[in-house]
Design a protein around this ligand. Structure first.
Ligand code: GRF
Length: 196
């Protein structure tokens, strides 16, 4: 499977996907990594691995993912031969132009047990709500915010002495296992569909 990754930040999930590929537990290749943030470390990580990178021009909008930018992103992903798109810490909402080009082929990782705590800083939301467990979820992306069908999720206990940082770090450890496993599951399903 040929993967394309979109991210806005550090890219530790992309690194985990690369590590799974290197370890032979995920039969895939990351063809391209795109970011809306030219400074994002995810681009640095990709470059150091010789992976094609690019910056998505969001026309000065702070949070919106403008339609033209989505069309350009879709075109770049297609040109790179991408079959599955992985959002890994990508902070803009993907809408119709991109979803239509990759129907049921865009995945996202979210640091909570969806449908609980959608949106930003879900680990803080979990702490504020006083829940005894939270977790992480890989789901298909649809038009909503963190609403698409769930592929895999795993619980993470909240400890009495957890801070936002310690809880997020523990969730991320699980994310790094869960994302490659979810990609494997989707890739297997797609391949089974193709050979039918
Ligand atoms: C992760 O916690 C993910 O769940 C959320 O954004 C964070 C991205 O981290 N969507 P990284 O860039 O993969 O390190």
């Amino acid at each position: 499977m040929v993967l394309g990754v979109l991210g806005s930040g550090s890219g530790s999930n992309m690194q985990a996907i690369l590590d799974a590929i290197d370890a032979g537990t995920l039969d895939a290749r990351i063809a391209i990594v795109l970011s809306d943030n030219p400074e994002a470390y995810i681009l640095e990580r990709a470059r150091s691995r010789g992976i094609e990178t690019g910056v998505i021009d969001c026309r000065g909008f702070k949070t919106k993912f403008p339609e033209e930018a989505q069309q350009e992103t879709a075109a770049r992903l297609k040109a790179a031969g991408v079959e599955i798109v992985c959002l890994a810490g990508f902070l803009r909402l993907v809408k119709a132009p991109l979803l239509e080009v990759f129907p049921e082929r865009i995945l996202n990782i979210h640091p909570a047990l969806l449908p609980a705590f959608p949106g930003l800083e879900s680990w803080k939301q979990a702490l504020d709500a006083g829940v005894s467990e939270t977790g992480c979820t890989v789901h298909f992306v649809d038009e909503g915010m963190d609403t698409g069908p769930i592929i895999l999720q795993e619980a993470v206990p909240v400890m009495a002495d957890d801070t936002a940082e310690s809880l997020h770090a523990r969730i991320q450890l699980v994310e790094h296992r869960l994302y490659p496993a979810a990609i494997r599951k989707v890739a297997d399903q797609l391949q089974a569909g193709m050979s039918r």
